[in-house]
Design a protein around this ligand. Structure first.
Ligand SMILES: *[C@@H]1O[C@H](CO)[C@@H](O)[C@H](O)[C@H]1NC(C)=O
Ligand SMILES: *[C@@H]1O[C@H](CO)[C@@H](O)[C@H](O)[C@H]1NC(C)=O
Length: 835
């Protein structure tokens, strides 16, 4: 049966507007699943019959993406057929497969890791005797309870909502409630290990249509494993009802949905569907999980999940954009940093770190330049008191950044009650605008170009509900988003060790931004390639034209990976509000003087911000993945080789080998580096005018850019003859290198090498007191740990052995419907290595 395209479209848009339809049940024991992105010119039924697959329906809300199934087998039969077709394409003829833009066989992988409180390193924030409550504050608390009719038994313990002990260290919400704003008509989805919709605290606000269990394929995201409690505890922080059960949520009249993905192995396809589940009604997705916070992992969401997030931004919530809230991560004691996590450093997520009830930075909460704000969680001898799994169960020990993210999500829900029209970017602006800097004396704070204070530890500060709602009330929606992508800046130079850094710059001109329709900056991202024998030794700073420094990468003591940074994208929110015109500097450091060395290969800068002319705003195309057999949207723009001038003698192997292909990680990047005209009339790349000009004295028979060394013509013939041979040799070498490193080379050529070694003073000056200060703190941290256990796991049952056993158990239990409590419990504890 075929639907006509028109009917298909109508059905599709109806589905988009209505509530979510439950995904077709998957049978992973018997079937393989494939996601295919199809051109509109072909019907999924045609593809299904061509490939002998079953069409299982569209992939959630992702336009053009379809799920197909086949009988389980080792081979990737879709890839095989696509490759076969590719080989025969030159013979011509028509084939439905020519309309497949992307194909991916689905693999079940370990679920992401919950951001529960990590074990306390020895010597940190010891338990202290509980301080006395302030008598006046207690009276005020009583009055608030009376006025609002709060009789929830543990409200007194919920210091994060009203703290009568450490005055001012709460989310400052009671006056918001008293003004009548309690989250009505706002909906938060907790993406986690389930949600106990039968808890007396959550049942009144439970939103069933927006809920789904992707692990056990059931409409109810019921916690089923013995440790499926995390999601319920997070949900309680947001939306526990005002009644006689436990406490209340910060937005206690909001609706709450549960999306269960963390309790069993899962596919990228299902994770992608989950991130867009009922995305017209689920407004905020609260995500307290991510890749392991072990200080070793450097992991980003797969391409389908990236697409789902962008899809949520562009089409969710009536195109105002889903609000994705992510916990920054709990790996600070492992030197982990939220810029090594592709979820928290996405421009589409609001990354929330933790602060404890004394307003101090807790030992676990990760720092990074992508962190927007912090809010309260465990530390200084207490934790978050919230609802637990059970009809009337409470929990007193909820914490980690896991507890901070939902609290912020609930506060954003308060803003959405009164301003459902706020866009995803409006929400980020409002969070920045209303954040309150804390701990100004002891943590590093910088003045930003926008007149704010930014710290890598606290972002723009802690969330203040009252201020946030006040700012939201009168907020003027910002203009649509624009972006400027620089070309790749090639460095290819060894990184000096120690305090010296390797510096590379890119000059952004007013014209570039004008052409990009970019007015004022919001996020800045840097995508880079660095090779290094020990990745954890590296650190990277990004310095804006106005001098604001983002520590986009920091060294990580446990990270001994030899993979370096391969097309990794770092993000910073510290440059929010800057104009962006001028010199952007990247400084890569190899912090350890030892035999582990490395090379800074290349980088490019992406500036994101508001449009100048909103009417010319564009939608960002879906991201692609170059590992997809080139069946994806490959950029075909070319760049004239003449825009690059090579230094004399130094054959630019990249240019020679791969002259026309642009980097494919985004189809919309500008096609060439803006050029200026050199002294000889040749176009030269902006960064290297002087070099180029210096090399342009030429004798008559030589091309003007080749130097003559003041030698006679016949000598020159010899010199260049010899050089020709060398170039040939280099080409051969390069060709071999290209084959080995094909992927890297997609980051194409065209710019001359650009870098500069820093001298010691410069290096220190640039990093400022901040960097030194940080290092000293790092030292203290390290020493403190030396006394304790070096093992970052709590020794409970997360040890490697267990993980391996768990993995085997989990594989056995896939697809079985029985409640194999033990196996399931183990599978839920898997670390998600190398997704
Ligand atoms: C907290 O809320 C009150 C109103 O209840 C407001 O006056 C104050 O500015 C807010 N923020 C702080 C940091 O006190
Ligand atoms: C609740 O939100 C929906 C859209 O999500 C809107 O149509 C409706 O008017 C809102 N109701 C109230 C009381 O604000």
């Amino acid at each position: 049966m075929k639907l006509s395209p028109l009917l298909g479209l109508a059905v599709g848009s109806l589905a988009g507007l209505g509530s979510a339809t439950h995904p077709q049940p998957r049978n992973f024991a018997a079937n393989d699943y494939y996601v295919l992105h199809l051109d509109r010119a072909v019907q999924p039924e045609q593809i299904a019959s061509r490939l002998g697959l079953r069409h299982e329906g569209t992939l959630g809300e992702l336009a053009g993406h379809h799920l197909f199934s086949a009988r389980k087998q080792e081979e990737d039969i879709v890839r095989r057929e696509l490759q076969e077709r590719k080989r025969k394409r030159s013979l011509g003829g028509q084939d439905h497969l020519d309309f497949v833009r992307f194909a991916q066989k689905q693999k079940l992988h370990e679920p992401l890791k919950k951001r529960i409180i990590p074990p306390k390193p020895a010597g940190f924030y010891p338990l202290e005797p509980r301080q006395q409550a302030d008598a006046n504050a207690v009276i005020r608390q009583q009055a608030v309870m009376q006025q609002l009719g709060i009789s929830d038994p543990i409200f007194h313990e919920q210091w994060h909502l009203f703290n009568p002990v450490q005055l001012g260290h709460d989310v400052n919400v009671t006056d918001v409630w008293l003004s009548g704003i309690t989250g009505k008509n706002a909906t938060v989805a907790i993406v986690d290990d389930g949600l106990d919709m039968y808890s007396g605290d959550l049942a009144p606000n439970y939103y069933a249509e927006g809920s789904y269990d992707f692990n056990d394929q059931s409409p109810e995201p019921k916690p089923r494993l013995s440790d499926d409690k995390h999601g319920t505890r997070c949900a309680g922080e947001v939306s526990a009802a005002k009644n006689d059960v436990c406490g209340i949520g910060v937005a206690y009249d909001s609706k709450i949905a549960g999306i269960r993905i963390l309790s069993k192995l899962i596919t990228d396809a299902d994770e992608a569907v989950a991130m867009n589940y009922d995305f017209q009604h689920n407004q905020i997705y609260s995500c307290s999980w991510g890749p392991p916070d072990d200080g070793l992992t450097m992991d980003a969401p797969g391409i389908l999940i990236k697409r789902a997030m962008l899809n949520g931004i562009q089409n969710g919530r009536g195109s105002r954009g889903s609000i994705f809230v992510f916990a920054s991560g709990n790996g600070a004691a492992n030197d982990d940093n939220c810029n090594f996590d592709g979820y928290t450093n996405s421009i589409y997520s609001i990354t929330v770190g933790a602060v404890d009830r004394k307003g101090q930075h807790p030992y676990y909460s990760e720092k990074c330049s992508a962190q927007l704000v912090v809010t309260y969680s465990s530390g200084s001898g207490d934790a978050i008191h919230t609802t637990d799994v059970g009809a009337n169960a409470c929990y007193t020990g909820h914490g980690g950044t896991s507890a901070a993210a939902p609290l912020a999500a609930g506060i954003f829900a308060l803003a959405l009650e009164i301003r459902p029209d706020l866009s995803w970017r409006d929400m980020q602006y409002i969070a920045i605008e209303s954040a309150v800097p804390i701990d100004l004396d002891t943590e590093e704070w910088q003045d930003t170009a926008a007149g704010k204070k930014f710290s890598h530890t606290f972002g723009y500060g802690k969330v203040d509900s009252w201020k946030l709602v006040e700012v939201a009330k009168t907020w003027q929606n910002v203009k649509p988003q624009s972006w400027f992508f620089s070309p790749w800046v090639h460095v290819h130079h060894e990184i000096p060790q120690g305090d010296l850094g390797l510096k590379s710059t890119f000059e952004v001109t007013a014209d570039m931004l004008k052409e990009a329709n970019l007015e004022t900056l919001e996020h800045v991202t840097v995508t880079m390639n660095v090779e290094h024998a020990r990745r954890g030794d590296l650190s990277v700073d990004l310095i804006s034209p106005s001098g604001v420094v983002s520590h986009i990468a920091t060294s990580r003591k446990h990270d001994a990976s030899k993979d370096g940074y391969a097309d990794w994208t770092f993000m910073s929110v510290a440059h929010w509000g800057e104009k962006g015109v001028g010199t952007w500097t990247v400084i890569v450091k190899d912090t350890k003087v030892d035999t582990n060395k490395g090379t800074f290969t290349d980088w490019h800068l992406k500036l994101w911000g508001t449009t100048i002319d909103a009417s010319k705003a564009k939608l960002l195309p879906m991201p692609t993945d170059e590992d997809d057999d080139n069946h994806d949207d490959v950029s075909t723009t070319t760049i004239p080789p003449s825009t690059t001038t090579l230094p004399p003698g130094a054959a630019d192997t990249n240019t020679l080998l791969h002259p026309t292909e642009l980097p494919t990680d985004h189809p919309d990047r500008p096609s060439k580096k803006p050029t200026t005209t050199g002294a000889d009339g040749l176009p030269v790349s902006t960064g290297t005018q002087e070099e180029a000009a210096a090399s342009t004295s030429a004798s008559s028979w030589l091309p003007s850019f080749l130097p003559t060394f003041g030698a006679a013509p016949h000598t020159l013939a010899w010199i260049y003859g010899a050089m020709g041979l060398i170039v040939l040799f280099v080409c051969g070498l390069g060709a071999w290198w290209w084959i080995v490193r094909r992927r890297r080379l997609r980051n194409s050529p065209r710019d001359a090498y650009e870098f500069e070694l820093l001298n010691e003073e410069e290096a220190e000056g640039l990093a400022g007191g901040v960097e030194k200060n940080k290092r000293r703190r790092g030292g203290e941290l390290y020493d403190a740990f030396a006394g304790g256990s070096d093992d970052e796991d709590d020794g409970e049952d997360d040890d490697d052995d267990h993980v391996r056993r768990g993995a085997a158990a989990a594989r056995r239990s896939i697809g079985s419907d029985s409640d194999e409590e033990v196996d399931e419990k183990q599978s839920s504890r898997l670390l998600s290595h190398g997704r």
